[in-house]
Design a protein around this ligand. Structure first.
Ligand SMILES: [Fe+2]
Length: 432
């Protein structure tokens, strides 16, 4: 005798719920798969909630439903279907919370024998949505806590959900809870990002402010030297601007550019101990006076090496700003690449600005004369690469391709821009 049940027996054993039995299991898996797929395809969080509610209600033939989410001590209706708008928030009472924490599965509200606490909780929620006539209450949450409530009206047929249907609904609610939890994590991270972004902006502002204060202090220091030697007033600032332009033109790292900036402002700080009579002397210096004047790079180094600058080698750059490429400079007779690149840059900027300024012993030189001096002393005094970048900066300045160039004279008084440009073009042909 066959062990298979007869058709009449099989028919009598078929469960009434459409998700029950073998076919029901397939439906159940499909429903869950479609539900999870829908959640993952949603363009944003609200759309994912709308999709979730729609699929749940469609799966169980329910016409009315609402998803409440916990926000600021209340449960707010985030999405609803089949219900009029204006659903009020539900206070997060202790009773409600306790119930939601204890109850992990969907519960039927109006069933015979439903626990009083479920009825009471549903009553609390229903007062916010009287049109719903709640039948199924499904807590939404994770192990970490309560996230919300899914409240559903009666099925189209008026039949209660079967245990298998409630099980399917429970799985869907778990997916929905995970989705809500993920959204909260994303919100927390993005709010942390906002806090961090504000903090980073504030730090940048403070750093810029500190840098300004720091530079003002450095400038005040340089002004003390300028005050002693009126003929070099503004010299440090002009040398600094030109040095920074050359350093950037050479593509040096920003940290080196900043070191060169500071060093070029302070390169002559050692002149603070030089006799003023020597600095303002209009006739040739004696040997002793020259010796005293030539001590200033070493004194600059001694002063600056006591200061902890935020950039490397500031003191060394000041020490070597009078070294020449052929080793004939001072104080250490360094040559070529023994001289730090920053010092080679300051040497060109310093010499150029000195030639363009009135000195106690001579008037400023014409621009073409100063350019020719730099050109003629390339490899003897000046680094050819630095000189080339310097000539290009001058040409750009004269062509108006960059901002105001402070060390260029005004048109007129024997200065012809066109003439200097022609001269510069000829010079640059020697420095391809
Ligand atoms: Fe100097």
């Amino acid at each position: 005798m066959s062990s298979l049940p007869r058709a009449s027996e099989a028919g009598s054993r078929r469960p009434k719920g459409y998700l029950a039995g073998g076919i029901g299991t397939v439906y159940k898996l499909r429903a869950i798969r479609d539900f999870a797929f829908g959640l993952s395809r949603a363009r944003n969080f609200d759309e994912s909630l709308r999709l979730a509610l729609m699929v749940i209600m469609g799966t169980f033939s329910i016409l009315k439903g609402v998803i409440f989410l916990e926000e600021n001590g209340e449960f707010h209706a985030r999405v609803s279907r089949g219900l009029p708008p204006g659903i009020l928030p539900v206070p997060k009472s202790k009773d409600l919370l306790r119930f939601l924490r204890r109850t992990r599965k969907p519960v039927t509200v109006r069933r015979k024998g439903t626990a009083a606490v479920v009825k009471r909780t549903a009553g609390e929620l229903e007062s916010a949505v009287p049109a719903l006539s709640a039948e199924i209450l499904c807590p939404l949450g994770t192990k970490k806590g309560v996230l919300g409530i899914l409240l559903l009206g009666p099925t189209l047929t008026g039949q209660e959900l079967t245990p298998r249907q409630r099980e399917t609904l429970g799985v869907m609610a778990s997916f929905l809870s995970a989705n809500i939890s993920n959204h909260r994590v994303v919100l927390e991270i993005s709010s942390l990002n906002d806090v961090l972004r504000v903090q980073v902006q504030e730090n940048k502002r403070l750093l810029a402010k500190m840098r300004e204060i720091y530079l003002d202090t450095i400038r005040a220091f340089a002004a003390a030297i300028d005050a002693k030697d009126p003929y070099t007033r503004g010299h440090s600032e002009r040398v600094a601007k030109l040095s920074v332009s050359i350093a950037r033109g050479l593509g040096l790292p920003e940290e080196d550019v900043q070191a060169i900036h500071i060093a070029s402002i302070l390169h002559d700080v050692g002149k603070i101990v030089t006799d003023r009579a020597i600095l303002v002397k209009s006739s040739a210096l004696t040997r002793a006076e020259t010796r005293q004047l030539q001590k200033h790079p070493k004194t600059s180094y001694d002063i600056l090496s006591e200061i902890r600058f935020p950039y490397p080698d500031v003191a060394l750059l000041a020490r070597h700003h009078h070294e020449w490429m052929d080793g004939s400079g001072y104080p250490d007779a360094k040559r070529d690449h023994q001289i730090p690149v920053g010092a080679r840059i300051i040497a060109v900027a310093d010499a150029f600005d000195a030639m363009m300024s009135n000195r106690p012993y001579r008037k400023s030189l014409p621009l073409t004369h100063a350019i020719a001096e730099i050109r003629d002393y390339v490899n003897h005094h000046f680094d050819p690469q630095v000189a080339r970048v310097f000539f290009r900066i001058l040409r750009k300045g004269l062509n108006g391709e960059r901002g105001k160039v402070p060390f260029l004279p005004k048109e007129g008084n024997g200065f012809s821009r066109r003439e200097v440009l022609r001269f510069l073009d000829g010079t640059l042909e020697e420095f391809p």
